[in-house]
Design a protein around this ligand. Structure first.
Ligand code: SF4
Length: 476
């Protein structure tokens, strides 16, 4: 069948817009006609993930490569695979990241040589030979061993293209479970549940101990404030939000809670493209600026790219200011909510701000439909990870109420770690979902992943978690 008009236009646009991601078309004979195959980096990632490669891989400088573990597929910023274990030539086995490209020079084109996220890449995997004579280097100057797959594929690229279902990766393909999956599969469901509960309690106890240390050092209000600010920073800007909370402590006067001071100290002012709200902030801030000069955060503190618009730090900071205005004594209110059997999540859900309900960024395009500043999912996560451990640490008399709340919380929405941990331990996301019925069990899964998977450098071979499961089953 001849290519559709849409297909032609798509290929044309992709080739113009992403010359480094979409290769020049590979031609093949099909129905006596030549059709272009859009070979993408994603296809090469799938090939690497499933190791559809010949035995006896070699680097471009002729050294043998043994792939002990191809790595965990990374769907976030940074290299394509994390935690891979490879052995190159006579060098010792190493565990680190793998980056995949169509051509060697894409490493430079994509700016990885300057990016700290790529510092621990241990192998550069490229499909085609072009430019592969030069070894790429990390930001730290380390030369990265490189392999070209072109002549080391298990089947011709056209065949792999036909056989691989790109949509299924990485979550709906089998064969990527860890060594413990078989041991866990033999454990009765009730035992899996109590094991996850117990690991979840361990994680909760760790968070409670952390809050107890903060409370001792900072006092309860500041400790709680730093905790929820950190949570509003999500993963990418946790440290930035916490630092901001330290630079603008909760004990300072009402003034310190003005949006101008928060946005100014955060380093977000002035903003080039602005609106009436941005102008108002700047008008207040430029006068106050000298008083806060030593507190201002440098621009590099923030990660502003690769983030969902609704989670942009501008918007989250707008939510933080609104929360402080709405509940200046939030720590007391969450304790009262636990004590009276109320719902502490409501305190976070009640936050309103006309500007930030309609904007993702300062001076950005207004959104027609208002959006909650802190949604139900985030509020539930704040309750599980911040409110309950804080109350447990600060008010031991409420320990049993806290424990009951924690045990009853429904699992939080799936995140990348939960998905990956589920697939590693239970082989399939569906099996993991069957076992993980509460936040407590989900936290248990994350705890096991952090204790064992993240510390394992042997691609499961030396991991002691299967032994832990065996002892759990036998009651040792
Ligand atoms: S590292 Fe350990 S806990 Fe993680 S998947 Fe492998 S065997 Fe399981």
């Amino acid at each position: 069948m001849a290519a559709t008009r849409y297909g032609e236009l798509r290929d044309q646009i992709f080739r113009q817009s992403f010359p480094n991601i979409y290769a020049p078309a590979i031609l093949r004979d099909a129905d006596s006609q030549y059709h272009p195959l859009p070979i993408s980096e994603r296809l090469v990632q799938c090939i690497w993930y499933d190791q559809r490669l010949t035995a006896g891989l070699t680097t471009t400088d002729g050294r043998p490569v043994a792939v002990i573990f191809p790595g965990w597929w990374n769907l976030e910023a940074g290299p394509d695979f994390h935690h891979a274990t490879v052995k190159v030539g006579d060098d010792p086995e190493v565990t680190g990241a793998i980056e995949v490209h169509l051509r060697a020079e894409d490493w430079m084109h994509h700016g990885h040589a300057r990016d700290p996220l790529y510092d621990n890449v241990v192998l550069h995997v490229v499909l085609w030979e072009a430019g592969s004579q030069t070894l790429q280097r990390t930001r730290l100057g380390d030369a990265i061993p490189q392999i070209v797959l072109q002549n080391q594929l298990a089947a011709p690229i056209e065949q792999l293209y036909d056989e691989i279902d790109l949509d299924a990766y990485p979550h709906n393909v089998g064969n990527h479970a860890g060594r413990c999956a078989a041991t866990l599969a033999d454990l009765p469901d009730s035992e899996v549940a109590t094991l996850l509960d117990s690991a979840g309690d361990e994680r909760f106890a760790g968070k409670t101990r952390r809050f107890a240390r903060w409370i001792q050092r900072l006092g309860p209000e500041q400790a709680f404030y730093e905790g929820w600010m950190e949570a509003l920073g999500y993963k990418a800007n946790k440290t930035a939000f916490r630092t901001l909370a330290q630079r603008l402590p909760i004990t300072e006067s009402e003034n310190a809670r003005s949006a101008a001071i928060f946005f100014g100290v955060a380093g977000f002012l002035p903003i080039k493209q602005t609106d009436a709200y941005g102008k108002r902030l700047w008008k207040s801030w430029w006068k106050l600026r000298p008083d806060y000069a030593d507190r201002q955060l440098p621009k590099e503190t923030w990660r502003l790219t690769g983030i969902r618009p609704a989670n942009h730090p501008h918007r989250r900071l707008g939510a933080a200011v609104a929360l402080l205005k709405r509940h200046p004594n939030l720590a007391d209110k969450v304790i009262a909510a636990i004590e009276s059997d109320g719902d502490p999540a409501k305190l976070f859900l009640q936050v309103r701000d006309d500007y930030w309900q309609h904007h993702f960024t300062l001076g950005g395009q207004p959104q027609a439909k208002p959006q909650e500043l802190i949604g139900a999912t985030r509020a539930a996560e704040i309750v599980a990870n911040i409110v309950l451990p804080f109350v447990a640490a600060h008010e031991p008399r409420l320990a049993s109420q806290v424990k009951d709340r924690y045990a009853a919380l429904r699992p939080a929405s799936d995140n990348a770690i939960v998905r990956l941990a589920g697939e590693q331990l239970f082989a399939k996301a569906a099996v993991a979902n069957r076992h993980v019925k509460t936040t407590r069990q989900q936290q248990g899964l994350i705890q096991i992943f952090q204790d064992f998977c993240l510390n394992d450098k042997s691609a499961c071979r030396l991991c002691q978690f299967p032994e832990l499961v065996r002892r759990w089953a036998s009651g040792d």
